[in-house]
Design a protein. Sequence first.
Length: 196
Amino acid sequence: MKEHNEEESKLNASVTRRNFLAFTGLAAAGLAAGQVLKPLGNSVAATAAVSAGTAAATTGKNIEAARTLIQAFNTGDVRVVDNLVHSSLASYAVVVKQNIADIRRAFPNARFTEDEIVAEGDKVILRWTMIGNNNGSWLGAQPTNRQIRTIGYDVLRFQGGKAVEYINGIESIKLETLSKLGLLNQEMVAKLVNAA
């Protein structure tokens, strides 16, 4: 019986220690986020910890939304764009959908992989690599059947789970990709300049 009580005491002490560590970890996260713990009688209300937990959950959802967007480039499913992009960016959503369609047509086996993702507050920055064979026309050029590897990025700002700002790295890597495909010439540069 004495052995049972000692083990039970150890178990209770372990649970109490874990609960304390969990609370102090959440409180520290809240303090790091600039939240202040409020005294409530003889105890401390963990409003900072709750705020930090909510912020972490929101950040996690934003990261998953950014990952879903990159998967749309892998699958070609442009319908996900409407679920991820706020209505204030409706015209830009059309551009994103067109980018996805253009990439899938020009590089049917394109594979986008996540290299790094960083999120803070409402912003997510995703660095990615695309590897694919140029088996379809792109920017009016005939297919080269060459395989390329290119690195790009997306910067997104979310509000209520939807992107309200979106900077797509596809536009910034066109020259590099054209060069790797051997398609960068004066005619192509003129075409890109006139399109901008």
